[in-house]
Ligand binder design. Structure first.
Ligand code: UT7
Length: 333
């Protein structure tokens, strides 16, 4: 028997309908389309509207459509990992809520939190259950309703984030395709630059924390930007070297969509041309755990079996990483 790899055998995205444009943001804070576009590359983002709807609403829609698209019945799913920074509640896990919504009654389910790197950390974690032969069908879903934790009076953060979700189905393959390698890293000393101050066990919600607007994303943009540029480029270059990949061997770079300037710097270091870089930040902004699967979903019809694809992300923690995939199928679209 050959070595078992975990292969992505289906991908699906979901974004809510409401479009929040730079123009509308100009009515909330002192900003303008020119600044936002030139500093970040973002033109608009999607927002989930409606009382009582959380990240599971986005995630469940992506998973439901993924199941239909791959002709998979919900009962066949062994495990659902949900990467999210905006769980519906502190507990139960959003993955449990999603599993219930889609009828995945035989799956166990849990959340994995690694901020914007959560999708990569989850993908790598999920791949181990497949590679060891433990499970046959695992879903990784990245889902974030960032609008629930964004302060729309803070111009430094409210322009960046949007809501969205993406899900992949992982199955075993013995043909050498699928996930080849992963480099995942953490530096907790970066936590001070990007976090939510209250609402956790260290500082539970109180009138004082609400009054101080401490239930929103806090970001000191420049140190995060500097670390992101360096770290995402470092791991992307390292994974290429370790797998003997030259720039010409790379079919696609799939970067976390936080800032177009960070993405450009990563592509430059890898020597990969813009035509090979998946970029949809213009339409969706930073959907945290949704960015990478949303890109793969949008580009799915251009992906070919055997394509060398590098995924790369950086986020709060700090967390960052890179995954090398040999794409396992020609588009089913
Ligand atoms: O996904 C998780 C990881 N997160 C990231 O990777 C984000 C990394 N950071 C960034 O992408 C950038 O730091 C931001 C896009 C958040 C900010 O861009 P920047 O070029 O670092 O701007 P800055 O914070 O240094 O601010 C430059 C100027 C300041 O004005 P002064 O002090 O020079 O007069 C800001 O007050 O731009 C001002 N500014 C704005 N102006 C218009 C900040 N936000 C805005 C805004 N509109 N929305």
């Amino acid at each position: 028997m050959g070595k078992i790899n975990a292969a992505i055998t289906g991908i699906q995205g979901y974004v809510p309908e409401y479009i929040l444009t730079n123009k509308e943001l100009e009515t909330y804070v002192e900003t303008n389309d020119e600044w936002i576009t030139s500093r970040t590359g973002i033109k608009e983002r999607r927002i989930l509207k409606g009382e009582g709807k959380g990240s599971s609403e986005l995630g469940a829609k992506a998973v439901q459509k993924l199941l239909e698209k791959t002709n998979t019945s919900a009962e066949e799913i062994d495990l659902i990992i949900c990467a999210t920074a905006t769980p519906d509640m502190v507990f139960p896990a959003t993955a449990c809520i999603i599993a219930n919504k889609v009828g995945a009654q035989n799956a166990f389910a849990y959340d994995l939190m690694a901020a914007c790197s959560g999708f990569l950390f989850s993908l790598s974690t999920a791949s181990k259950f497949i590679e060891t032969g433990t499970y046959k069908k695992v879903i990784v879903v990245g889902a974030d309703k960032m609008s629930s934790i964004v302060d729309y009076s803070d111009r430094a953060t409210c322009i960046i984030f949007g809501d969205g979700a993406g899900a992949v189905l992982l199955e075993p393959t013995e043909d050498g395709l699928g996930i080849q390698d992963a480099i995942l890293r953490t530096d907790g000393s970066g936590g001070e630059f990007l976090h939510m101050k209250a609402g956790g066990s260290a500082k539970p919600a109180s009138h004082a924390t609400v009054d101080a607007r401490e239930h929103f994303v806090f970001q000191d943009g420049q140190p995060v930007f500097k670390a992101a540029v360096k770290s995402m480029a470092d791991v992307s270059e390292e994974i290429m070297q370790r797998n003997n990949l030259a720039a010409d061997d790379v079919a696609w770079l799939v970067p976390h969509q936080a800032n177009k300037r960070i993405i450009d710097a990563t592509a430059r270091r890898m020597g990969v041309g813009n035509e090979k870089v998946m970029l949809n930040i213009e339409k969706y902004g930073n959907t945290t755990n949704g960015t990478i699967p949303l890109c793969l979903w949008e580009w799915e019809n251009q992906l070919k079996k055997g394509d060398n694809i590098i995924l790369a992300a950086f986020g709060g923690g700090f967390t960052w990483g890179s995954i090398y995939i040999k794409w396992a199928y020609d588009s089913k679209k």
